[in-house]
Design a binder for this molecule. Structure first.
Ligand code: AQP
Length: 327
């Protein structure tokens, strides 16, 4: 079982990234051959500051290691260190339809937030397909927002295999049963996100416990008092899911535990407390790891070497199948 996923070095990682993706990356190390990539080439598709990008990349590497990624049990690397990704991206462009890219919801949403819409932003899902397909990936752990991109890469792989001969494994997504889409605490109809969410509604992985408690205390809910998951109770449903992950309980167990609660205030406080405790060890390990940039760099470089060994074989095969280069 080959597991692969990528994460952007942009912004501060939030609870949605942690629950939807990072938590699954850590579990992936016990289930298969896990490869994780910090996708700096994706980050340059929107406005950014070059010096800041390097710092955010180290921040992200330190968060992933602090969360439990172990370089002896997985491959962790920086996307731009393995040139095979961009090589393969161009090869895959030949079997990707313009209309398919135009239909991508993430492009529609993100392009609406930009003054300058780069061609890279439009092309993003093709590079993402190359990231995954280069490793003969079987499974991609992601949050629900990435489902459409994974479906597209499946179509690209299937089309390539049908046209040029069996070359790529066709990957499936792994979306967590609980916490696939963590919502903004202030606007529970919107996903918690690096861009486009409210600061008070976004809980950051490295945030101080006091700030975490405060954000949960002011979480928006409905005017009722039942603590149950229901489509008309988006805020409470979100809090139950977060609590379930933070405490390692089934959502039903959370509902049962708070069935007699007199209202939402106590529950919101309890969720804030549980999340602060859940994230505290990550914050502590991060503080130890982040200052040692040379060590982080060394870990990423070692990861890139291993990644290149795998990706180069796939890209050589794809080139040869397509009639590129000498016979
Ligand atoms: N709210 C969320 N709930 C569950 N999973 C989520 N993910 C993102 N938001 C949620 C998952 O996090 C992984 C890494 O995402 P990324 O950092 O590479 O960028 P993204 O998908 O663009 O996530 P953001 O943070 O929400 O950024 P913006 O605002 O730019 O869209 C992915 O697996 C994603 O599914």
């Amino acid at each position: 079982m080959r597991i692969f996923s990528g994460i952007q070095p942009t912004g501060r990682k939030h609870l949605g990234n942690f629950i939807g993706a990072i938590r699954q990356y850590v579990e992936g190390q016990d289930r298969g051959d896990a490869i994780y990539c910090i996708v700096d080439l994706h980050a340059i598709t929107v406005a950014y500051d070059p010096a800041d990008l390097r710092e955010r990349l180290y921040d992200t590497a330190a968060v992933l290691l602090a969360a439990g990624l172990d370089p002896d049990r997985c491959i962790l690397f920086r996307q731009s260190d393995v040139r095979e990704h961009t090589d393969l991206c161009w090869l895959l462009a030949g079997v990707t339809a313009y209309g398919e890219l135009r239909r991508m919801t993430q492009f529609k949403e993100k392009s609406a937030q930009q003054d300058f819409v780069s061609a890279g932003l439009f092309f993003y899902p093709v590079l993402q397909a190359a990231d995954v397909l280069a490793y003969q990936t079987n499974e991609v752990p992601v949050g629900e927002d990435q489902k459409q991109h994974i479906e597209l890469m499946r179509d690209i792989a299937t089309r390539f295999n049908a046209r040029f001969g069996e070359t790529f494994a066709v990957p499936g997504h792994r979306i967590p049963e609980v916490g696939a889409r963590i919502m903004d605490l202030q606007s529970p109809d919107k996903k918690m996100s690096t861009t486009g969410a409210t600061d008070l509604g976004t809980v950051y992985v490295l945030e101080e416990p006091e700030a975490i408690r405060r954000k949960f205390k002011s979480a928006v809910t409905d005017s009722g008092k039942e603590i149950v998951r229901r489509p008309d109770k988006a805020g409470i449903t979100n809090l139950i899911e977060i609590m379930s992950v933070a405490r390692g309980l089934a959502p039903e167990a959370v509902e049962k535990e708070f069935a007699d609660a007199p209202g939402y205030a106590g529950f919101k406080e309890a969720v804030g407390e549980a999340v602060a405790a859940f994230l505290a060890p990550v914050r502590e390990r991060y503080a130890e790891l982040r200052p040692n940039t040379p060590r982080l760099e060394e870990t990423l470089a070692r990861g890139a070497e291993k990644a290149r060994d795998i990706a180069s074989g796939t890209v050589a095969l794809a080139r040869s199948r397509m009639g590129i280069g000498p016979a």
